[in-house]
Design a protein around this ligand. Structure first.
Ligand SMILES: Cc1cc2nc3c(=O)[nH]c(=O)nc-3n(C[C@H](O)[C@H](O)[C@H](O)COP(=O)(O)OP(=O)(O)OC[C@H]3O[C@@H](n4cnc5c(N)ncnc54)[C@H](O)[C@@H]3O)c2cc1C
Length: 259
């Protein structure tokens, strides 16, 4: 694992039966190195089961990451959002059932003289928070690649939870391989050239005494002072060849305390 000699990990194969909201499976399926078979909503009737986010997970759009959540919304607003999602899901399922109904009394002028609309058509009204099921077969090597990406904090909460759940199942089956995965992939850091350069300059200043501020400089305080001198995260980022977002990621990777 350490030397990326990956073929031994391709010899082990995992087969999972996954039940998750459609929007999560849609992200999962982007990992092409698998064989999958999904529950057919053309053949079977979709059960009345949908996902509602927890109160604490309902948040506003992040201003720093276009793909993520920002601050949680207040308790009352979160309850309202939960209720709206639930009502919309219930209404959608009611419509789905009406379309499937044998003598449709949907009330929009259908004659009712047919045996229900086809399942493959009726399913179109269901939102992506409805659950689907999939059988998923993948080599350990490709599963580790998936888990590295989807257990990461950049991944959406819901697929992260799925990835963490998969890992809890797989870990006891492959104790040696997963230990190596944790040591050399999951817990390892990947640094860009710019991050590596910045880190070198920060560590070379380790424990220097700054006469002006009478501080012993740690990499964290040194970085903090440099950002302050530059005027903003954005301006400092430009001076070291990073976007503000890259710089924020770098700060998070090292747990630096920057105000
Ligand atoms: C945080 C995050 C955000 C994302 N946002 C988006 C988004 O907004 N929109 C979106 O569409 N996707 C998004 N994705 C999906 C992402 O672009 C990848 O498609 C997905 O993570 C699968 O990764 P992969 O291709 O490495 O994995 P796999 O498909 O499992 O492939 C594994 C490896 O095999 C090789 N490989 C497989 N197929 C090919 C191929 N055809 N050509 C060349 N090499 C190949 C590559 O080396 C690849 O890394 C996001 C993923 C993450 C983790």
């Amino acid at each position: 694992m350490r030397m990326r000699h990956t073929s031994p990990f391709e010899m082990a194969v995992v087969k999972l039966h996954i039940k998750a909201p459609i929007f999560v499976l849609r992200q999962l399926i982007r990992h092409r190195t698998h064989a999958a078979n999904e529950y057919s909503a053309r053949y079977s009737i979709v059960p009345d089961e949908y996902y509602i986010p927890e109160i604490g997970d309902i948040a506003v759009q992040s201003t720093t990451n276009r793909q993520g959540r920002g601050e949680s919304v207040s308790g009352q607003d979160a309850l309202t959002v939960q209720r709206l999602i639930r009502e919309h899901s219930d209404d959608s399922y009611d419509l789905y059932e009406s379309l499937l109904a044998e003598r449709s009394n949907f009330g929009v002028g259908l004659s009712g003289s047919f045996e229900g609309i086809a399942r493959e058509t009726a399913r179109m009204v269901l939102p992506v928070n409805f659950y689907s099921e999939i059988y998923w077969t993948q080599s350990l090597h490709n599963l580790f690649h998936l888990l590295k990406l989807r257990m990461d904090h950049h991944a959406q909460l819901e697929i992260r939870e799925l990835a963490n759940g998969i890992y809890r199942l797989v870990q006891p089956l492959f104790p040696l391989a997963t230990e190596a995965f944790e040591d050399y992939i999951l817990g390892a850091l990947n640094l860009s050239r710019m991050e590596f350069e910045l880190l070198k300059s920060l560590t070379s200043s380790l424990n220097l005494y700054d006469i002006g501020t009478q501080q012993v400089l740690t990499p964290s305080t040194y970085l903090h002072n440099m950002i302050k001198d530059a005027g903003s995260l954005k301006d400092f980022g430009i001076s070291v060849g990073m976007s503000e977002r890259e710089l924020r990621d770098f700060i998070t990777k090292w747990d630096f305390e920057i105000e």
